[in-house]
Design a protein around this ligand. Sequence first.
Ligand SMILES: Cc1cc2nc3c(=O)[nH]c(=O)nc-3n(C[C@H](O)[C@H](O)[C@H](O)COP(=O)(O)OP(=O)(O)OC[C@H]3O[C@@H](n4cnc5c(N)ncnc54)[C@H](O)[C@@H]3O)c2cc1C
Length: 447
Amino acid sequence: MAQQYSNLSSKSTSERSVNTDRRRVITGIGTLAATGWLPFSAMGQNKVSESEILIIGGGMAGAATAFHLAQHGRSVTILERGEIASEASGQNMGGLGGPGWGNMPDLQSYLTMGSLEIFKQLQIDMGYDMEFRQSGSLTGIHTEEQYDFIKNRVLSQKSNGYDVELLTPQEARAIEPEISLDLLGYMHLPGGRGQADPVKSTQAFAHAAQNSGATINTGQNVTAIHIHGNSGYSVRTDKAEFICQTLVLATGAWCGPVGKLLGLNIPIIPIRGQMWATKSLPPRIFQTISSAESTFAWSRDNGSDETTPPYLTHKGKRRLVRHLYGRQRKNGEIIFGGDREDVGFSTTPDPMGIEVNRQHASEVVPVVANHPAVRTWAGSMPFSLDGSPIIGKIPDRDNLFIVSGLASSGFGRGPMAGKLAADYIHTGHMPHVLAESDPARCVTEAE
Ligand SMILES: Cc1cc2nc3c(=O)[nH]c(=O)nc-3n(C[C@H](O)[C@H](O)[C@H](O)COP(=O)(O)OP(=O)(O)OC[C@H]3O[C@@H](n4cnc5c(N)ncnc54)[C@H](O)[C@@H]3O)c2cc1C
């Protein structure tokens, strides 16, 4: 799959007519399109290429935006400096979904549950193997205080139409055989939670975009951006120049530095997330597993200030709280993670944090204690300073959009974020649900 993709991804930016022809060719191919086969040609040095819409960033946000724009019939090109899914979108735990749509769906319900539907569409209707499944989730409750907090939360969520329940340890053990009987209980989300493989999924969105006519250009590090003509942009990479009418920033944790190329302050802070994996083991964990410890602590104090986003596990080097999420992959590895630290763009895992997380995981799933971490990894997550996504049009700039700030859940929320951004760009009207994520609240001109 990776090899097949890298062949595809080195193809050149195409003129709109070529995109249109390709769309015509693939119409009706159905699941054959999911094999990803399309011809390609190499990107020439110093070539100037035109595309109606350029997206910088080939993570889930960029790939999903490209897919939906291409589905609208728009000429769209992704510029990615590495490979598709080479940063956070390929390094995450693969958890997705939420408690449901509720009685009054808000942005969070759209992003989580809308994305769940799009994952289903690609996996089931379009035939991409993303290892997607609707697994459900269990959140372990360690203390009396956490129990009261979660009990109230479950009651309030149920009355608002969400699909969530509180289980005794025995009830939880009946559906998840390795779960601890020593905790006080578990919050269970039966239907709304799912899992998928991060790399396969992000690549599937890029393939689906490509199969709908988008062009994917990897190995293109964007180094300069200028206004072109009346309202378009010229984007320079280390290899070539690209001209577009509409520009979309989907550069995840790198929105700050890329924003600077446009003279903008984009308040997105890179936050390191890290994970570890056991060796491959026979299937024994079926749902997504987490702990109520952090949710409870952040409900008291989310830790944010003028320079610190909310919901981090550390302030400086000091640990504020333990956070936990994990699952068993299709290849048998049990993977867990949780720490969220402001350490700049460092992606070197911290072994002490991994050990704390292993201990936390074994309190919820005791069998984990028998299996050491055989590999660890880390990635940079795009946290906005106020904790909300930044999706929409950049104020006072023509044809400039951003899809980011998806923080610790941009894999699961990225598909719908991309769809909403694509709908906005295509129609010229902001979907009402994006009012909450309007960049106008926080993106400013650099002094
Ligand atoms: C350890 C870990 C666990 C996580 N677990 C989960 C989880 O279980 N569920 C969940 O939903 N989310 C999870 N997340 C968060 C999720 O991975 C991110 O929110 C999401 O991937 C962000 O997607 P993105 O497309 O915005 O950014 P990215 O995937 O980082 O993509 C941005 C892309 O922009 C490219 N780029 C940057 N600058 C330039 C440039 N100058 N020129 C060209 N290209 C450029 C980068 O190379 C990169 O590929 C986790 C993250 C980590 C690190």
